[in-house]
Design a protein around this ligand. Sequence first.
Ligand SMILES: NC(=O)c1ccc[n+]([C@@H]2O[C@H](COP(=O)([O-])OP(=O)(O)OC[C@H]3O[C@@H](n4cnc5c(N)ncnc54)[C@H](O)[C@@H]3O)[C@@H](O)[C@H]2O)c1
Length: 491
Amino acid sequence: MNSEPISTPSPSLNRFMDRRSFLRTSVQTGAAAGLFLSTSKNAIARETSPDKVMKCALVGCGAQGNRLRVSSKDVPGIQWVAVADIWDFARTPTARRTAYENKHQVDGAVAEYTTIEELLDKQKDIDCVFIATPDFLHAPFSRMALEAGKAVYSEKMMSNTIEGAKDMVKAGQETGQIFQIGHQRHSNPRYLNLRENVIKKAQMMGRITHCYGQWNRGVAASQPLGVPKGQEISPDLLAKYGYNNMEEFLNWRWYAKYGGGPISDLGAHQIDIFNWMFEQEPETLFATGGVDYYDGKEGRAKFELPDNVMCIYEYKRPEGMTRAYYQVLTTTGSQGYYEKFMGINGSVAISESPTYNQMYAEPGQDWSKWSEGPNPFILKPAESVINKFWEQERDWKKPSPPSYNVSELAKAIADVRESKPLAPWDLAVALERPPHAPHVQNFIEAARMKKPEHLTCPVDMAYRACVTVLKAYDSIASGQKYHFTKEDFAV
Ligand SMILES: NC(=O)c1ccc[n+]([C@@H]2O[C@H](COP(=O)([O-])OP(=O)(O)OC[C@H]3O[C@@H](n4cnc5c(N)ncnc54)[C@H](O)[C@@H]3O)[C@@H](O)[C@H]2O)c1
């Protein structure tokens, strides 16, 4: 039954269907079709023919810029031609690594530029620009590249301000260029299986009444980054590029001038997933948070933006209210990061980390039909992982009667109507590539075909997620529930 073609409720979703089928094929064959095998100079053009090879440049050679570059290695049709970064400590090693690690995607040298202006001015042959700089630069840099006629992949969070994000949408509209935002879960076949098959087609969980998301990161992983020895950028140069000092340049995420703090940096991914799964935006938001730990006291780091935020969103959906709770913590890594959707017939926990990949059927639900056929939606989990998450009953040593009297035992039962444990399943689709690879591929395909409708995270969709997240600051500041208006999501 579930191996039948999936019906598409609206034409606009056809792109997801087509995309997913392709991704599923890629996953099942273990690699994307068109994987480069040769490293000879002319290999790129020959092996991706008849499709155009897209000449690509990377702006921002930090952690994420390099992640995108590495993720692109099995994406057909990419030729890396240039990188740009104001910090030679990041730029030069990235240019060298590109030439070496992506050598099948390089024809000759990888040019190095300090600024995006210089890159766009001197390297006219570029088709696509990847922007992985701090958030405050996404809006001006995207506009520059789009106006220069390039397709743009800009990292999330779109901007640290709603005005900046709005300008990105406008720049996309004005130029008509391909413009993808880096919410890579939109192209992840595991997430697409959940969205298209489990939630929309099979409606396995029934009415989804609640969802939850968290990104918990411990103190060790939240410490400020220090300057590598001898790699300071001069104060004059830092000022020229808009940074107050080296400490802020490195730890930009924690300052409103450059970034949006953890709720934007990490929440951007997951709150976006609430909107994306429901295909709508929330009605209201209540948020609380603050700089409760990284306050500069007793040897602790001092950050400007809230180090923990908790939000409750209300989605008025056709089938009724869905409340979504989200938290980002930077003082504990407890249970990591994942999203959870809970319906009356079952629930699912999913994350970009494949640790969370399980569904749970409420008692009485028979989900076995969804595990049948050549493309099952769910699978029976291996016995070895059956207890990996909290829905399962744990073996525990019951108190032995002689040491308790009957009235004591009665007190030990929390609630006689305690729910029965839920039956575990695994989501059936795996991603056997780096998590960003399908999203980069989706962008390159859209750029090659000049088809914006092929994008899984176009700029206007990402804008609505950006507003949904950044309005948390309005609620925190006022202490009041924020009521979204239509105008909030319009450009
Ligand atoms: N999609 C994801 O999963 C994901 C994960 C991590 C980060 N990100 C996003 O990627 C972006 C970069 O994050 P990161 O962790 O790599 O940060 P980073 O600090 O490691 O890297 C930023 C790089 O930008 C360079 N840079 C700063 N100003 C510049 C300028 N004016 N011109 C050119 N280069 C400049 C810096 O020198 C640095 O090399 C952010 O927007 C972040 O939110 C996305």
